[in-house]
Ligand binder design. Structure first.
Ligand code: NAD
Length: 488
């Protein structure tokens, strides 16, 4: 990439210093470009193993002091970071929209969500309570919650700023230091977060590294001082992290992974809402690149044809355009890798005999001639064994399957290695409760889809993950329990 002062030049935050690190100094950089136009946007230094080690050692040093701070002091630091994020919200959003391709209208929420999680966990510090246990008549037996020390948090490309910032909150409040690894595509906003942490938090407490999964992410997971890992990303990477963690120590790993989420419509559902929410639940604002996207429509045969037609019409009406235009409802997919993956699934679905009823190609027009553009796409006549019905695409592609009986649809819903979310549409409470009990997933939406509710756990079952986040349990999970016995 040619040097230009207009291009964004990223930095790590290591040991309280904004730096290019050893990796950057030796010429290892990751280029970033606008997925809507393929114009270069900037670059970040790529951390090598020495950079990772320096960050972890600095975090361990800072953590010793941080753990001695009162809950009120920790809370006030988190709130200061939240305020700093809000103050630079516009700048963060513009960079994030250009770097990810996510459309800026809906993306506004990311800054508020990130700051909101810092405020939420700041208010929960005194919930890190222990228990007293009447184990003997004369002794005092109680538990305390202690931090792990250094926590690694590794984040994906779809909401890089929001995940990196929000994922600081629980570990910090529980008294840990954090080392974040940003994604290799769309890493630019990580430097803005690094600047804000540099300005508001004690030196070394948060370290932000850019770099590839290997060596940077792998070195972080394997570092002996890292005993707690929080990962958000794909199943194959989650498995690689579990293996690497197990090869380097006994480590507590949380995994927030992918989904192939069923959207189940019973015959008595409110079909107007179904059409609206089937599309909203797919998160086209980020080109369908959301773990919770309701990509698998399971439609009762009595409403199947009408819904396929109406959802297809709604997809055709979505307004594609520049991620920076507040009127755009969908931008490009994030990277060449994602683009090729999506096209491969579309070709595969056609080959397998599915019928493309909306989209399926690059949109026409000069504005879409370059960049990673794919139309919002819906396939019908999909069967449960087709690849398009089984694997997470992580793109703007939905598939519709037909069912006859409740038993059949619940079996179809669970016929997946994933178990992240499910959405159930019926006006009948008994039907909804039976479905809710039967479906193997960490989140069930009834007559809605997509929304996260702060304070309730978000986490996957089966191959979709381990552990729940966005709630009190996330805070607890960044502490370990110690039992204390006082006798005599
Ligand atoms: P990915 O697994 O390719 O990468 C995620 C992160 O892991 C990146 O920072 C990457 O550099 C790092 N990484 C890669 N290899 C590594 C290794 N060997 N060791 C350590 N780190 C490594 O995922 P992605 O393509 O960035 O994101 C898409 C995936 O994320 C989808 O599967 C999506 O469903 C999932 N996701 C899940 C949630 C959730 O909350 N469940 C949220 C968002 C995204």
């Amino acid at each position: 990439m040619s040097e230009s002062i207009s291009l964004f030049e990223g930095r790590h935050l290591i040991a309280g210093e904004m730096t290019v690190g050893e990796g950057g100094a030796s010429g290892q950089w990751l280029d970033s470009y606008d997925p809507a136009t393929l114009e270069p946007l900037g670059r970040v230094p790529a951390a090598n193993a020495a950079d990772v080690s320096r960050a972890v050692v600095a975090a361990a040093e800072a953590q010793r002091t941080w753990a001695k701070r009162s809950m009120a002091e920790r809370a006030s630091a988190l709130r200061a970071l939240a305020a700093a994020i809000r103050a630079r919200g516009k700048e963060i959003l513009e960079l994030e929209a250009r770097d990810t391709g996510n459309t800026i209208g809906k993306l506004q929420a990311d800054v508020q969500i990130a700051a909101g999680y810092l405020d939420y966990f700041a208010g929960l510090g005194t919930e890190l309570k222990g228990e007293t246990v009447p184990a003997t008549a004369t002794g005092l037996h109680f538990t305390v919650r202690e931090p792990y020390g250094v926590v690694a948090r590794i984040v994906p490309f779809n909401h890089p700023f929001m995940f990196a910032a929000a994922h600081l909150a629980a570990p910090l409040m529980a008294g840990n230091a954090v080392v974040v690894k940003t994604p290799e595509t769309s890493p630019l906003s990580g430097t803005l977060l690094a600047e804000l942490c540099h300005a508001t938090l004690p030196s070394g407490l948060v370290n932000i590294l850019h770099g590839l999964g290997a060596p940077a992410g792998d070195a972080l997971v394997r570092h002996p001082l890292v005993r707690r890992i929080g990962f958000t990303g794909s199943v194959p990477t989650g498995l690689a992290i579990q293996r690497a963690a197990a090869e380097s120590g006994v480590k507590h790993v949380t995994l927030e992974l992918g989904g192939k989420n069923p959207f189940i419509v019973f015959p008595d559902a409110d079909l107007d809402r179904v059409v609206e929410m089937a599309v909203a639940g797919m998160n086209f604002s980020w080109a369908g690149q959301s773990c919770g996207s309701t990509s698998r429509l399971l439609l009762h045969e009595s409403v199947h044809d009408e819904l396929v037609e109406r959802i297809a019409a709604k997809l055709r009406s979505l307004r594609l355009g520049s991620p920076l235009d507040p009127a755009s409802e969908m931008g490009p997919v994030n990277s060449a890798r994602q683009y090729e993956r999506v096209l491969d699934f579309i070709a595969g679905a056609r080959h397998d005999g599915a019928r493309c009823v909306a989209g399926g190609a690059r949109p026409s027009g000069e504005a879409f001639a370059r960049g990673h553009w794919v139309e919002p796409t819906l396939f019908s006549e999909v069967t449960a064994s087709m690849r398009i019905a089984r694997e997470e695409i992580f793109g703007p592609v939905m598939c519709a399957l037909r069912w006859k009986s409740e038993e059949e649809v619940l079996q179809m819903a669970n016929d997946s290695p994933y178990g992240l979310t499910a959405s159930v549409w019926t006006r009948d409470l008994q039907t909804a409760m039976r479905a809710m009990r039967a479906i193997e997933a960490g989140t069930i939406w009834i007559n809605t889809a997509g929304t996260h509710f702060v304070g309730t756990p978000f986490g996957g079952w089966k191959d979709s993950g381990l552990g729940g986040e966005e709630c009190l349990d996330e805070l607890f999970s960044y502490s370990q329990v110690k039992a204390v016995h006082v006798l005599g």
